[in-house]
Design a protein around this ligand. Structure first.
Ligand code: WQD
Length: 339
């Protein structure tokens, strides 16, 4: 079966995608610089699938290292590119770190793919490219707006770089997958989200509060124009998200793509408010969550959830796991890691 490179394959979404690629029979090689992950994740993947993926520790900013890797693995048929810095707030403070790490490394990889007879490229993008969309649910035709952060800008620029490259490199076909909010963990609790330091995202902060690592959850504002006043997001289970990557890769390898650069929104199509997420967690965990309402967080948009028709119809993919499934798996994972 085809050999696939997964960059950032020891990260949250990357590791879940490696599991689904192996389940599909692909040979997987992982590049990860371990800056935001741990080699122990390899054990979790192996426990789930019974197969240990190839792994090379490499910082993709090392151009020579990237060239040497592709010289060695010149039988790679596809790349799923997760490796990037992804903290919105940090990107505002450290823009050059984000442009170097998220853009520079993408260029190095694309330059190597140009040399291969053919290559399928899946790019980890984000609904953040839409900013606060004018219309909900959000379709792939919604206008890409001025990014609210350098992180979001690197996703927009990344898509443009790939589109421009595919236009002139006939053997390169690409899909950008625009994630909504990935949450949850593998049902075995062998892999999951491992935020370093204080979690920025809602769900790991909820589970760390429930396990006693954090004092209480701060809910960033309940004065938004939404039914319960808190922001709405489309929380997609990470396993559903991982499976979408395998489907998208197959679309390119089987030549079913309609153009050399396509984009797909990956969400459930349902919006959930912060308080609805809290209530879902309390229901599945039977824990009373300690939280308080505080002021709004700078840069938060009011509401975002996906129009899933294009992914449903053209990829033949849709989510099967619910918000409760995500909260249940996130809690099981937290208890395993901290218990
Ligand atoms: C969700 C909601 C917060 C924490 C970000 C990135 C996006 C993607 C996913 C990388 C918001 C509220 C949160 C807390 C809270 N990342 N919240 N208390 O901001 O929608 O998306 O992560 O690709 O690009 O922008 O996710 O989980 O940070 O916040 O009330 O302690 O939860 O205000 O309404 P977000 P999030």
């Amino acid at each position: 079966m085809d050999k696939i490179l997964v960059t950032g394959g020891l990260g949250f979404i990357g590791s879940h995608t490696v599991v689904e690629l192996q389940n599909e029979g692909y040979e997987v090689v992982i590049i990860d610089d371990l800056s935001n992950s741990s080699e122990k994740v390899l054990d979790g993947i192996t426990t789930i699938t019974g197969k240990t993926p190839l792994f090379e520790k490499l910082d993709l900013k090392d151009k020579g290292g990237v060239e040497a890797f592709f010289a060695k693995h010149n039988d790679i048929k596809g790349v799923i590119h997760f490796a990037a810095s992804k903290a919105v707030g940090e990107s505002v403070q450290e823009p050059l770190l984000y442009y170097e790490n998220n853009i520079g490394t993408l260029v190095y990889i694309l330059k190597e793919l140009k040399k291969l007879p053919s290559a399928a490229f899946i790019f980890s993008s984000s609904c953040t490219v839409y900013g606060q969309a004018d219309e909900l649910p959000i379709t792939e035709n919604a206008p890409v707006k001025q990014a609210e952060s350098p992180y979001g800008n690197t996703k927009q620029i990344g898509e443009e770089i790939i589109k421009d490259t595919c236009r002139v490199v006939p053997n390169l076909k690409a899909i950008a997958l625009r994630y909504f909010n990935p949450v949850g963990a593998h049902e075995t609790a062998e892999i999951g989200e491992l935020p370093i330091g204080v979690p920025q995202n809602l769900v790991p902060f909820i589970t760390q509060t429930a396990i006693g690592l954090r004092e209480e959850l701060s809910v960033f504002g309940d004065d938004y124009p939404t039914p319960d006043g808190t922001c709405i997001r489309d929380y997609i289970h990470v396993v559903d998200l991982a499976k979408a990557h395998v489907v998208a890769l197959g679309r390119l390898l089987q030549g079913k793509n309609k153009s050399n650069f396509e984009t797909f929104n990956l969400g459930t199509g349902t919006g959930s408010s912060v308080l609805e997420v809290v209530k879902s967690f309390e229901k599945v965990s039977d824990e009373k969550l300690n939280y308080k309402i505080v002021g709004r967080r700078e840069g938060d948009i009011i509401s975002a959830y996906a129009d899933t028709n294009k992914a449903n119809d053209e990829l033949g993919w849709k989510t099967t796991l619910t918000l409760d499934d995500a909260m249940r798996s996130a809690w099981k994972w937290e208890q395993k890691v901290r218990g």
